[in-house]
Design a protein around this ligand. Sequence first.
Ligand SMILES: Cc1cc2nc3c(=O)[nH]c(=O)nc-3n(C[C@H](O)[C@H](O)[C@H](O)COP(=O)(O)OP(=O)(O)OC[C@H]3O[C@@H](n4cnc5c(N)ncnc54)[C@H](O)[C@@H]3O)c2cc1C
Length: 357
Amino acid sequence: MKRVIFAGAGHATLIALDRLARMKHGAKIILVSDGPSTHYSGMVPGWIEGIYAGGAMSIPLASFCDARGIRLVDARIEGADDGCLSTTAGKLPFDHLVLNLGAVAWRDAALANSHVVPAKPFDSLIAGLQTRANASAFAIVGAGPAGLETAFALRARHPATGVTVIERGNEILSAFARRFAKRVADRLAAADISVLTGAEVAGVDAETVELADGRRIFSGCTLAFTGAAPPPVLASMPFARAADGFVAVDGHMRSLSHPNVLAVGDVATAEADPRPKAGVFSVRSGKPLADAVAALADGRTPPPLVLQRRGLVLLSTGGRRAIGVRNGLVAEGRWVWRLKDHFDRSFVDRFAGPPRR
Ligand SMILES: Cc1cc2nc3c(=O)[nH]c(=O)nc-3n(C[C@H](O)[C@H](O)[C@H](O)COP(=O)(O)OP(=O)(O)OC[C@H]3O[C@@H](n4cnc5c(N)ncnc54)[C@H](O)[C@@H]3O)c2cc1C
């Protein structure tokens, strides 16, 4: 049997482990994750809004692993060498390693201080929001989909509290169809959420965000939704990195320097054919990841990872409404939110019981 360690219970890992439990393979699997559960990103804004209880967006790992015959090591990963993972529970030797560690929020010197709550890792976001639940105003730095969903969620949860989105670019949702961005901008205005574009953060303290042009924004809770940066633990691993600092992989999810190591989701960058750092691509990597692990354990070449470029994007706008876009077509309403809710709950529910047939 080959010793295969999954490092981090990211979205792809959950799907892969579920599938591997139903496959014949020659792998003896360990999952290493810090904490008793992992969170599903799509439901985090709904938790912020108060629609979901904390448990609804979390997957408890002990029962998940028990039902699939997997050994769980609840520990923080601290580094790796060519054949061993270092964790707070000790060293774990492997033949193959799967990295699915996600990303952390990108922060420059102005945002790297204790007054700023990072969007990732989720445990930091959840704890930061819980301790600042009564903030007199909220500021979200970064106008991508996750930052905007969070702004809508905060508005719905705290109708009388100021919510400001601060974006250094000249427009919101710059990577998306204009029609979609315009619709979202209209909803932000209707929800009385202030949006400052072309605005660079120069400093943050407990009460204010200072912009580079000298303006000061009142905020007792400042959140960094500034995009993905590599998790710091990669600095203690020997695996080749892409120009963006994430693990460089080939078209088969293999590390460019260590072919016995696979990396998927946000932590991996395939420079020849990159995808945005978004949960949807990690989810879609889950099934191919299972097949790749089974192939490696049998001494075969893992199959290529083929990911589509674009998919359906569903953005909650608060009050159980959402806006969706696919191939430039925009739809909005309660039914769009119900569709998102169905997809999100189905994702979490599939891991609650035994592996799906
Ligand atoms: C509020 C919010 C909402 C979002 N909504 C969406 C959405 O609707 N759609 C979408 O496509 N994307 C969304 N995203 C982006 C999405 O969160 C990420 O792209 C996605 O989570 C990446 O998945 P992953 O599988 O790479 O890793 P993750 O889901 O981040 O999982 C990584 C796992 O590794 C564990 N881990 C990390 N470091 C260590 C360590 N040192 N030791 C042990 N364990 C470790 C973590 O605890 C975690 O369980 C959202 C992001 C945010 C912040």
